[in-house]
Every structure is written in C-alpha cells, then in structure tokens.
Design a protein around this ligand. Structure first.
Ligand code: S3P
Length: 454
C-alpha cells in the first residue's frame, strides 16, 4: 500500500511447473462481501476472503466508518452489519490504497450517506480516472469534488437525496456499474445500468444473496431504490472462490514452460472472468477442467494445465472485458507463441494500475521481443522457437531491469517471462503484488519458479 518500501525480484530461468496449487480468494468478491455485509442488518461470515492489501484497505475503511469486523482466522471475517443507515462519519480521509475497485464502489456507497467523506489512494490510484463514476453519480444527485482532471482525492458530500437513473455505460466497467447500483440502494426509484458488453456481475448476484430486489441479465441490471427504508440488506454468509485472475499467471506459466503439468484447485469460473481460458485454448493451450461444482453460488473447477506449443491469434474483441485483468499474462503467452498475436479494443488497459499496454510492451522489448503498440492494443511478434531454446535472451554483460511501475500484474507477468529466459533479470518495484496475490513468490517457487528477492 501507500508508502511501502520498494522491493525487487530476480527471476529465471525456471523449471517445469508441477504439483497442485490453490491461489488466494477473489479480489472482486472480497471487496463486495465486506461492503454488503457492512451495510446489512445482522452478522455475516466471509470465508475464503482475500488477505490482500486492496481488500484489507476496504475492510479498514468500513471499520473507520464504525463497522465491527473480526478476523477469527486467516481468510475469514465476521462482519457486524450496521444497516444501510448505520455508518458513522470518519474524521479522517478514507484510504483505499491501490484499489480502484475500493474507491469507485465506495464512491457509490458514500454518495448516499448523511455525512461527508473523503476518499484517498496511493500514488497509482491517485492517477486513475474517477469522472466515470463522478458524472453518473452526480446525475443521481450526488455532490462529489475531485482533484484536477477528475482524479482522486474524492470529496463526497452527504445528506443529498439521490434519485435512480437509467444509464448506459460509455465503456464496459463493472466498477462503474457497481458504484451506480450501490448508490441506487439509497435512491428514490429504480436505477438501471446498461453495458456495451456484459461485465462481471458479482454485485448483482451478491445483492440478490443479501435479499435486495434486483433484476439482471448479461448487459443490464435494474436495482430497486431503497429511499425511505423501502428495502434492507439481510446478513448472509459469503464463500469467496479462488481468484481466476491469480490462477491466470499459472495457466500461462505452465502453458509456456516446457514439461509443466500443474493443477490449480477450485478456481472461480464465472464466465465474465474466464476470457483468458478461451484465448489460451485458441492459441493451442492444453487446459482441462475437472471437479466442476458450485461454491457459494459461483461455478468453480480444478484446472489441469500442461505445457503445449502456442500459436498467435487475433484476440476476439468480444472477449476483451472477460479477460480485462489478464492481458499482462497474455502478452507473455503471445511472446512465447509462434506467429503474431493481435490485441485491439483494449484501450481500458491504459488506465489500470499502470498503462498496461505500454508497460508490457516495454517489458517484452527489454527481453528482445518485437511489439508494435497502438492506441487500443498491440501486436506481439511471438518468438516460438520451440522447447529446446529459451524464448527470451538476455546478455549477462548487460543487466536487464524490468520496471513493474508498481503494478502487481506487470510484476507477476514479467516473472513468468523470466522462467523462459536464457539468464536472470530483475523486476523492479514489486511490493504491490501483495495488493492482489500475497504469497505469490512462495507459491510460484513451490511450483518450480526461479524467483528471489533482489
Ligand atoms: C473490477 C472490475 C474491472 C477490473 C478490476 C476489478 C471489479 O475494472 O479490471 O480489477 O471488481 O469490479 P473496470 O470496471 O475498471 O473494468
């Protein structure tokens, strides 16, 4: 989180990945579970909670707002909900750390409160666009001031009467959709959100689980307004599945590291999250789903992945939102593949924790890969030399340092590339891996990664 000491890794070359791994809980589900449980009436238990810095920051914000949250064991939380109108003002600014999800969803919740609040974040979050939530929330009647250019901090005035709107999102964003649906809990009349392409629907599903009247189908959600205590959230238990986006790094790593045969256990398989699986299979990846079941209303499955020769593809634009967090890992798969991989319709990657199109293009170029970057995507010219030779070559006389730009996913994707490299290189500024995937380094080493602190 903000102000942490800078840390680096030295990576590669690695061994085949083998064994069985379980990655930590889903970030999106963990954020939402804390929020809805806090606003519910009664006590909710959350299992499988992601002990990451992003989700802990969200829990700390609700504690500052007067919610009692206990952690009886790692990955579990007991949340003593205060009801929709039970939050108390915080005298201090509320720190969302690195989390765009935290800040944007909280903007929706706080717009409906009787008191004023200020949301702040770390250096990366302070550069991320907030107009996408400020504008529609203002149309609902919220009063939100931001820094210059619509950047954080957000100062949210309380005591405003919100009214439901019928809003079509200009870009596919589950965060914006969710901010509006959460503000809708405090609004007079229904709030309808329409999306240009369906995005993850955890807010909608979880509102249903907490007993709130909401109708949704892919691409549109309609939540009933809760002004005048028309409805309440009722406490319920939440089971958080393992995060597909964390599993994604191992899906790619085991696909590109020759001889790998790895099982990822009980991975969340919400169809709005698994676009990478489709892309990797189009590229020729060997990934088998077993033990498919449901846990806490979400599809989960074990994924067995074996190394396979990959070929380049044109990533279908229709699946971009379903794999929006997986492009750093896909860049590495593409670089190891035979032929070109073309990404288009992915301009949103420029406003994530870093500009991920620029960051991954720079990372791969530092390893000798040709990447042509365009405004909304990139073409990666895969090296595809086969198993016998490294995919990436570094000159031991000229040390390579890839700057992760403080972006957790750039750091983890670059660590995969290291496993297919002729020698080792450094990855700078990796501390934020703890925002989404605490313990990635130990888990990766246990599977066969060569990775140490630099
Ligand atoms: C998220 C939505 C996505 C995703 C982020 C988590 C969520 O962001 O990139 O990691 O939990 O709603 P956008 O809504 O900005 O696409």
């Amino acid at each position: 989180m903000s102000g942490g000491a800078r840390k680096d890794w030295i990576v590669g070359p690695g061994r085949p990945l083998t064994g069985r791994l379980r990655v930590p809980g889903d970030k999106s589900v963990s954020h939402r579970a804390i929020m809805l449980a806090s606003l519910a009436e009664g006590v909710s238990r959350i299992d499988g909670f992601l002990e990451g810095e992003d989700t802990r920051a969200t829990a700390a914000v609700f504690q500052r707002l007067g919610v009692k949250i206990e952690a009886p064991s790692p990955q579990s939380r007991i949340v003593h909900g205060v009801g929709l109108h039970g939050l108390r003002a915080s005298a201090e600014a509320l720190d969302c750390g690195n989390a765009g999800t935290g800040m944007r969803l909280l903007a929706g919740v706080l717009a409906g409160q009787a008191f004023d609040s200020t949301l702040v974040g770390d250096a990366s979050l302070s550069k991320r666009p907030m107009r996408r939530v400020i504008d529609p929330l203002s149309t609902m009647g919220a009063a939100i001031d931001s820094g210059d250019g619509g950047l954080p901090p957000l100062r949210i005035r309380g005591g405003r009467a919100l009214r439901g709107i019928d809003y079509t999102l200009p870009v596919a964003s589950a965060q914006v959709k969710s901010a509006l649906l959460l503000a809708g809990l405090y609004a007079e009349g229904d709030t309808i959100v329409r999306e240009p392409h369906p995005t993850r629907d955890y807010t909608e599903r979880m509102l249903t689980a907490f007993g709130w009247p909401i109708e949704f189908e892919p691409g549109v959600a309609r939540v009933r307004g809760g002004a005048g205590n028309a409805h309440a959230l009722r406490a319920t238990d939440v089971h958080v599945p393992a995060d597909f986006s964390s599993a994604a790094f191992f899906l790619v790593a085991a696909s590109v590291i020759p001889g790998s045969d790895l099982v990822l256990e009980a991975v969340g398989m919400n169809p709005r999250r698994t676009g990478l699986l489709e892309a990797l299979r189009m590229m020729g990846a060997d990934i088998e789903e077993t033990n498919a079941t449901k846990a806490g209303g979400e599809a989960v499955a074990d994924l067995r992945v074996r190394a396979a020769p990959l070929r380049g593809i044109a990533v279908p634009e229709a699946i971009v939102p379903d794999m929006i967090d997986e492009f750093p890992a896909l860049f590495v798969a593409a670089a190891c593949a035979e032929g070109e991989t073309r990404i288009a319709g992915a301009a949103e990657l420029r406003v994530k924790e870093s500009d991920r199109l620029a960051a991954m293009s720079a990372a791969l170029r530092a390893l000798g890969v040709r990447v042509d970057e365009v405004a909304d995507g990139a073409t990666i010219h895969g090296r595809g030399q086969g198993d016998a030779v490294p995919a990436f070559v570094v000159d031991p006389a000229t040390p390579v340092v890839i700057d992760s730009l403080g972006d957790h996913r750039i750091a983890m994707a670059s660590a995969i590339a290291g496993q297919r490299c002729s020698g080792s290189f450094a990855i700078g500024d990796i501390a934020n891996v703890a925002t989404s995937f605490p313990g990635f380094d130990d888990l990766a080493r246990s599977a066969g990664f060569t990775l140490r602190d630099g």
